[in-house]
Design a protein around this ligand. Structure first.
Ligand code: LLP
Length: 418
């Protein structure tokens, strides 16, 4: 249930026809449904129920202030990977003490900002990072709470670019290398050992890899305990997949039930943090675009739209499938199989291939499942302003990000003196 439904042949976001959003804001434009966002966050929170936990929305999936703010109002925590994301969380009313800081290459200024804000935990990924953090904490007279991110060498069975838990990925540390880092951290007066972190990849559609990874994390926690290192929380990352096409991803309830079973069977009740991004916001958004031109060659029908790979890069970058639907269903035009392409000067600029559509120039299309890794990965390639963003709430349309002006695109640039 994602609150993008047809009513009399017209696609709505909650109670608002998407055609109304397009006429108000123009295209291309991202549209989010608040009710979906909230529903998905609650699905995780309620699934975990009474077990001590914190759902930390992964800000990288969509960092618009309005999205962060809606989730902050629900009591969400946040998973951040940069000083920029930290600032967004603070600006949007998120609670730094419910914020975990992930990422392989945190800069000293980012560590400083996070320590000053009082983040819940730094998930560190190398000895060098631990030592830098220790030095920054010492400078500020603070003690930095730390988890080491474990790389459990588990195949997440997802796209290679977004698989992170294999031994040859740059992420985390294998358990045998993590142990000495914990022992070093334990001795460091500027560091407080807080947890163990693990994130094996994104868009997982099977539970097996999660179960295997949790097993390795729990084994490692036992090893740590034998060495006198007490763990206060397990950060199990994000990654639960969504349905883009014909996937059948597990629900948050299925996900939790398999993890809980293993925790129970080992008699473990250490608080858990999870970092879902895509599963919360992915299906809470669409990219609205207008059909500008139709053209056919001997081999291919092209549906040329005003959104390109600069607006939504997932199809070009990962060959990702995202459903493309008509905003107004019509039967008065012949259905054809189109390659839906954008205005960018690259043949990789497509939103979808071989899609059956009955369209005319001027019609609106919605690229579904675009709430996660859509707007945040948009660029100004070809000097195109990034799209506007809108949040629908019931029958209300809120502009949550203006379309960029052309002038803004070269703000900060300058020509050489004459
Ligand atoms: N935690 C950590 C440490 C992560 O690296 C990520 C995602 C998440 C949580 C959230 O994962 P999610 O629940 O959203 O799957 N641009 C790619 C996805 C990159 C994901 C990177 N890390 C895409 O469009 O598919």
């Amino acid at each position: 249930m994602d609150h993008f439904q047809y009513q009399n042949g017209e696609l709505f976001a909650e109670q608002v026809p998407l055609s109304k959003v397009a006429s108000k804001v123009s295209t291309p434009c991202y549209v989010y449904a608040r009710a979906t966002l909230e529903r998905h966050w609650h699905a995780f929170d309620q699934a975990i129920g009474a077990y001590p936990h914190l759902v930390c929305y992964a800000v990288k999936a969509n960092s618009n202030l309005a999205i962060i703010n809606v989730l902050a109002r629900l009591g969400s925590g946040f998973d951040i990977v940069s000083g920029g994301e930290l600032q967004r969380v603070i600006e949007a009313g998120g609670d730094p003490s419910k914020t975990v800081f992930s990422g392989v290459c945190k800069q000293p200024w980012e560590m400083r900002a996070a320590l000053e804000a009082g983040v819940r935990c730094f998930n560190i990924e190398s000895v060098g990072e631990l030592e830098t953090l220790s030095a920054v904490a010492a400078e500020l007279g603070k003690v930095a709470p730390v988890s080491v991110r474990i790389n459990p060498d588990v195949d997440a069975q997802t796209h290679p670019y977004i698989s992170t838990g294999l031994h040859n990925n740059k992420f985390g540390l294998p358990v045998d290398r993590a142990l000495p880092v914990y022992l070093q951290a334990q001795q460091d007066p500027n560091i407080e050992v807080s947890g163990v972190a693990c994130h094996i990849g994104s868009q997982l559609t099977e539970l097996g890899p999660y179960n295997e990874a949790l097993g390795k994390v729990l084994d490692f926690i036992e090893v740590l305990a034998e060495q006198g290192v007490e763990i206060q929380h397990i950060d199990f990352g994000g990654g639960l997949g969504i349905r883009y096409h014909d996937e059948t991803p597990p629900s948050p309830a299925d996900y939790w039930s398999i993890l809980h079973k293993q925790l129970q069977s080992r008699n473990i009740s250490i608080p858990i943090t999870i970092e879902p991004g895509r599963a919360i916001v992915g299906n809470a958004g669409v990219l609205l675009t207008e059909v500008n031109f139709l053209k056919s060659t001997e081999s291919t029908h092209f549906c040329i739209v005003d959104a390109g790979m600069n607006d939504l890069i997932r199809p070009a970058l990962y060959d990702a499938y995202q459903e493309i639907v008509q905003v107004s269903q019509r039967t008065d035009v012949e259905e054809k199989s189109y390659n839906v392409v954008g205005p960018i000067c690259e043949s990789g600029d497509f939103l979808g291939k071989s899609r059956s559509l009955s369209v005319r120039s001027g019609d609106l299309l919605a690229v579904r499942s675009a709430g996660a890794y859509g707007a945040v990965m948009a660029s100004n390639y070809n000097a195109r302003p990034r799209p506007a963003e809108v949040m629908v709430d019931g029958d209300q349309i809120h502009l949550i990000r203006q379309r960029e002006s052309l002038q803004k695109l070269y703000e900060g640039e300058s020509v050489l003196p004459s």
